[in-house]
Write a protein of this length. Structure first.
Length: 334
């Protein structure tokens, strides 16, 4: 869980922008610390214990500095880095910095880091960083939290409904999938899992890294709030050869016929339209799968045609933006 966002900023105008961003936050500002280089308005170093004139931007504290000798091109060069890391828990802190040497030092200690870019620091060494920010003003604390979760290997919670939480799949969910897919009726209209769980886990790991990491969405796990149990999967994906995203779902047999599929899928359709900006979403249903056809119609999807994919024929249902069901899903920020 992310507890602190720590800015380590060397550029003064950027420091002020970060401070202004923090001041405008409605919630969570107490968990954001902004540290800067100890310089006064005229560029001179301040003495220990003095508050720099940028005041609020420094959280009312002086950053502690130490001198670091580095050789560049045969010449000695001094770089400065904060010595304030010990007060921040490694696993629950995200650092944001505009200084390459700081970023590289943080990397050595296994910290989670985002690079802060601006015109003038293009030559900084930000190699190896996964995320970079150019406009602080456009960021939200939720965006930082999502980046932290991706780096820390923690699943994003996508949305919640009255009875369910929809979140990214984890490797621990795979065992639950085998429990769900053990019911023969589950694979009557969909592909089975790999025979060996280790194969499925390897596929899931690659999916988490490449699909979630690149698109930010995909097939997710459905968790029943009351029991905390994984009861199915649902989400949005792209089928090769088609130009609009597709919704898919599976609900464990004991929960079928109780409204879970509509509750979750209506929320996902709305999420796709409102948050991901999709104008149309399709569902491909095999002929004879009457329960899924009824669900598509209940979601407000309309039959358009029959299509073929990998030697299978599907009934295609499509919903346009603005026609999503009213569901009970609420988007979550983490």
């Amino acid at each position: 869980m992310l507890k602190k966002i720590v800015f380590l900023i060397w550029n003064e105008p950027l420091l002020e922008r970060a401070a202004e961003w923090k001041r405008k936050l409605k919630t969570g500002s107490e968990n954001i610390h902004i540290w800067g280089r100890c310089v006064g308005k005229d560029g001179s170093r301040t003495e220990d214990g003095e508050k720099p004139e940028s005041g609020e931007a420094w959280d009312g504290r002086n950053v502690q500095l130490e001198e670091k000798e580095e050789e560049r091109g045969g010449e000695d060069d001094k770089e400065e880095r904060p010595r304030c890391l010990e007060e921040y828990e490694k696993d629950s802190t995200l650092f944001v910095t505009d200084k390459g040497v700081i970023l590289q030092e943080l990397k050595k200690t296994g910290r989670y880091i985002i690079a802060l870019l601006y015109e003038g620091n293009e030559q900084e060494d930000f190699s190896g960083v996964s995320y970079a920010v150019t406009d602080i003003e456009e960021m939200s604390t939720d965006s930082f939290d999502q980046a932290y979760r991706r780096m820390a290997g923690l699943p994003w919670t996508v949305l919640e409904t009255q009875r369910c939480m929809v979140r990214e799949t984890t490797l621990a969910d795979v065992d639950e999938f085998y429990r769900i897919y053990a019911e023969p009726s589950i694979t009557y209209y969909m592909d089975p899992l790999y025979e060996e769980p280790e194969q499925e886990k390897a596929y899931a790991q690659e999916y988490i890294e490449k699909i979630y990491g690149f698109y930010g969405y995909g097939m997710w796990s459905i968790v029943q709030k009351e029991s905390g149990r994984v009861i199915g999967r649902a989400g949005l994906s792209w089928r090769e050869g088609f130009d609009i995203p597709e919704i898919g779902f599976v609900i464990e047999v004991p929960c079928q016929g109780t409204g879970y599929a509509y509750e979750v899928c209506s929320a996902i359709v709305r999420y796709g339209m409102e948050e991901l900006g999709f104008q149309r979403i399709q569902a491909l249903v095999e002929p004879g799968n009457e329960s899924s056809i009824r669900l598509c119609r209940k979601l407000g999807m309309e039959w358009t045609d029959r299509v073929e994919d990998r030697e299978k024929v599907y009934e295609r249902f499509v919903i346009d933006s603005g026609k999503a069901g009213d569901g009970t899903g609420q988007r979550q920020k983490s």
